[in-house]
Design a binder for this molecule. Structure first.
Ligand code: SF4
Length: 202
């Protein structure tokens, strides 16, 4: 396994172990914390299904190009791992672990299987990525849809962008308080995001 695979595997196993050890009350509280985010994600999923399914199917899926799912190119946040683990079944997480160690295609994202992405709630970076061609084709004739997409991008920030305490940071903090540490905890480790946090009070 390369360094990318190792850090993904370590984060996933760490999260699974911690979640297994949590009492039901804490597990329920965590699920409560992510409820609004999951609602947001289902709205985005419906929007993408409505506006981009045909384009993406034609451009990427049928051609097996899956251009967005490039090798080791995805920045998954620690919170992405937590949210997915809270929503997926054990066997689905087992498959994810297996894929990290034995990717189906050595030239593509390690999470891409024959049947598509193995995450139940895929990383936010993936969900909100639209290639220029897809955006241009869809939004050219539908400014309302473009406006809605911009609105979703703003809502995304309210969960992920640490100019104020956000869900993605709180989830990192929760696991850090349990003694966990991961290179995927970008909101606590990335110099750029730390700078944004530092400027909060100003
Ligand atoms: S995590 Fe899933 S959606 Fe994201 S790049 Fe990998 S296969 Fe594609």
């Amino acid at each position: 396994m390369n360094a990318y695979q190792k850090e993904q595997l370590k984060a996933l196993q760490m999260v699974r172990q911690q979640l297994n050890e949590l009492p039901d009350s804490e597990l329920d509280a965590l699920k409560g914390k992510i409820a609004d985010y999951l609602e947001f994600r289902s709205q985005v999923a419906i929007f993408l299904e409505t506006h981009f399914k045909d384009i993406c199917m034609e451009k990427c899926y049928r051609s097996r190009l899956s251009a967005c799912c490039s090798k080791d190119g995805i920045i998954a946040f620690f919170a992405d791992v937590v949210i997915n683990a809270l929503t997926a079944e054990n066997d689905e997480l087992d498959r994810l672990e297996h894929a990290i160690q034995h990717p189906a295609d050595e030239f593509k994202c390690i999470f891409l299987s024959e049947t598509g992405c193995l995450w139940q709630v895929k990383p936010i970076v993936c969900e909100m990525f639209l290639c220029d061609e897809a955006e241009n084709r869809e939004f050219e004739g539908d400014p309302e849809a473009e406006k809605q997409w911009e609105a979703y991008k703003e809502i995304k920030k309210s969960f992920t962008w640490p100019d104020k305490p956000v869900l993605f940071e709180k989830l990192e903090s929760f696991f850090m308080a349990k003694g966990c540490n991961s290179t995927l905890m970008y909101i606590h480790n990335s110099p750029g995001l730390l700078r944004i946090k530092k400027n909060r009070a100003k």
